[in-house]
Design a protein around this ligand. Structure first.
Ligand code: ADP
Length: 589
């Protein structure tokens, strides 16, 4: 991963200076060469304006006033040459700047996604997908503009200003100072406006995240929105968010325009001052018209770059807000800690032990001293009322979350000491909501693995009864599964998930049995596929069917975050405790 330097000991870790430093080291330093080139061309473009204003002096004094008609050719030719130079440098600059801004912002997007992928379950609980999409796309795009603005500002505009003022001063130093008399008036308002813009933009970025989240939820829950006739409700919520964005954007734009507007006023004052002073000097013949025209043009041409430079502060504030959000995210470390010297997971040792495990979400104690064991190579059924903490056990084993206290061991090794990828390789997880991607069925089964022979794939597809339905589809395995697998039925999705798990061939199987009623044929096929999958593997199954618990080697009954009963179906029935009650109430067969 690209170095995104962390600066923990700064008093304000997100001050403009620190942000720019991190940006430079992380994403700009790589493009030093291109930037230098762009800067040179920018300077050429910038200095053409000064030369242009300088050319006006001979144009007026020698051609128009002096009547040297021959001079018109070289003066006119030089002016044309200047415009030609501007045209060429413009094209070169555009392409160089686009290259830098896109390369650096996309590098940032990739790094950001890479980092987000290392974060844990709790992070994703707090940060909805829409907000994260907005960070990766919206915030990095906001940063994109900064390159062109800074380089254009530093290169073209600053050079234009310096050279134009050079021309002006060479004509008359006092006129120039007079023109600048109002400049100090700009300092305080500029500082105040910058603070305001930063605050406003922060709010706007949050609103943009809320907008993305809303859209994400509406489109993902489109069936629920339509069935519950929530269209108007969702539209009105969306409407409120965008109205607040419009309100904020207008205020932010108005405040940003304030600085160039002040520059206008100050420049106007300057012009007035110069006219008052220079007018009599010209009429009295102390100064030529050409000198005044050259001075006046230099000042007039300085006006646009000056305005743009004035706007730069506002643009930086907007980008700095996005940068703060981006670097804050980079500075978020996963709550899942990796041992300094991780132990390699041994796929041959898969016995599971949970010992006095506690977990809470905020004030809510989800697990309260859960202890149980699952024998290697055997099937352990987990049963219990809804909300008892059964799915949480899966999240703990795979380290999507870590427990507050207690130990979880696999093959005698605490999971906290294992390498994370190796730990996750131990598991195949087949849950109720088999997450399918909007790719083909084949891609959904292979999940990016290229080392699977066609024979293995066909074997898995047949065992999971995917071939049964895929063969009948016009495009077969190359049929797209639709967004979240929506073009397949529930049973079909589950069979694809089972085929995935067979391909994955991991030694431990975590299975969340479907509660949704599959039709009898589908259910029989899924069951048969699951039997093949779990054969010989350490299997933990959240059981909803009596047939499953009866077949299990061991049953763990979970209630309110504790394992309250453990044993076989018969022994537990004989105890006549919670399990016996659940059997009577919950299991439908
Ligand atoms: P089960 O699978 O037994 O139905 P879960 O393990 O899914 O239960 O959840 C146990 C409890 O933990 C529930 O009360 C649920 O509300 C809570 N819970 C689960 N995940 C989260 C989470 N990410 N944030 C907050 N509470 C959660």
């Amino acid at each position: 991963m690209r170095a995104v330097p962390h600066t923990p000991n700064q008093s304000d870790p997100y001050s403009s200076r620190v942000l720019f430093g991190r940006l430079w080291r992380g994403y700009l330093a790589d493009h030093k060469g291109t930037m230098a080139l762009a800067l040179i061309f920018m300077m050429i473009e910038g200095s053409t304006l000064a030369i242009l204003s300088y050319m006006l002096e001979p144009l007026f004094d020698r051609v128009f006033v002096g009547g040297e008609t021959q001079a018109i050719w070289w003066v006119g030719g030089a002016i044309f040459g200047l415009f030609l130079t501007r045209a060429v440098t413009l094209v070169i600059n555009r392409s160089l700047l686009t290259r830098i801004s896109l390369k650096s912002s996309t590098a940032m997007q990739i790094d950001l996604l890479r980092h987000i992928l290392t974060l844990d379950g709790r992070f994703f609980q707090d940060n909805p997908p829409g907000a994260l999409i907005e960070r990766v796309q919206g915030d990095t795009i906001a940063v994109q503009n900064i390159w062109s603005v800074v380089i254009t500002g530093l290169g073209r505009d600053a050079i234009a200003l310096i050279t134009l003022f050079g021309v002006a001063m060479s004509i008359d130093l006092r006129w120039t100072l007079f023109a600048l008399i109002g400049a100090p008036l700009l300092i305080l308002p500029t500082m105040a406006v910058q603070r305001y813009i930063r605050r406003k933009t922060d709010h706007l970025r949050t609103q943009a995240a809320a907008r993305a989240t809303r859209l994400d939820e509406v489109f993902h829950g489109i069936a629920a929105v339509k069935l519950n006739r929530m269209e108007d409700y969702q539209l009105s919520r969306f409407g409120h968010i965008v109205a607040s964005i419009v309100h904020g954007e207008v205020k932010s734009a108005a405040s940003r325009a304030l600085i160039p507007a002040l520059i206008d006023i100050v420049t106007g004052l300057g012009f007035l001052g110069v006219l008052v002073m220079a007018g009599p000097q010209i009429t009295e013949g102390d100064r030529t018209v050409g000198e005044f025209m050259a001075f006046f043009t230099a000042m007039a041409l300085a006006f646009q770059p000056l305005r743009r430079l004035g706007d730069m502060a506002g643009i930086w504030q907007v980008a700095a807000t996005s940068l703060t959000r981006i670097f804050r995210l980079f500075d978020t470390v996963p709550a899942i800690t990796i041992a300094a010297q991780p132990v390699a997971a041994d796929p041959g040792r898969t016995g599971i032990e949970m010992e006095d495990v506690h977990l809470s979400y905020g004030d809510h104690d989800v697990l309260r001293g859960l202890s149980f064991t699952a024998e290697p190579g055997r099937t352990t059924a987990i049963v219990g009322p809804s909300g008892a903490g059964k799915s949480t056990i899966f999240n703990l084993l795979t380290r999507i979350v870590d427990p507050g206290a207690g130990t979880i061991r696999i093959g005698g090794v605490p999971v906290a000491q294992m390498e994370l990828p190796a730990l996750r390789d131990l598991f195949s997880v087949v849950t109720q909501d088999a997450t399918l991607f909007d790719e083909t069925i084949r891609e959904n089964v292979l999940l990016g693995r290229c080392d699977i022979t066609d024979e293995t794939l066909q074997g898995a597809l047949a065992a999971a009864h995917v071939s049964d339905f895929a063969d009948r589809l016009p495009a077969g395995l190359d049929t797209p599964a639709g967004p979240r697998g929506s073009s397949l039925s529930g049973g079909q999705r589950q069979r694809v998930a089972i085929a995935r798990a067979l391909i994955r061939n991991a030694p431990i199987l975590l299975l969340d049995e479907a509660t949704s009623a599959l039709d009898a044929t589908s259910e029989a096929l899924v069951q048969e596929a699951l039997d093949k999958l779990s054969a010989g593997r350490t299997t933990l199954v959240i059981a909803h069917r009596l047939s499953t618990v009866r077949r299990a080697d061991r049953i763990v009954v979970v209630d309110r975050g504790r394992a309250v009963e453990q044993g076989t179906h018969e022994t537990l029935l004989a105890q006549d405790g919670l399990y016996a009650g659940l059997c009577r109430l919950q299991f439908s067969q």
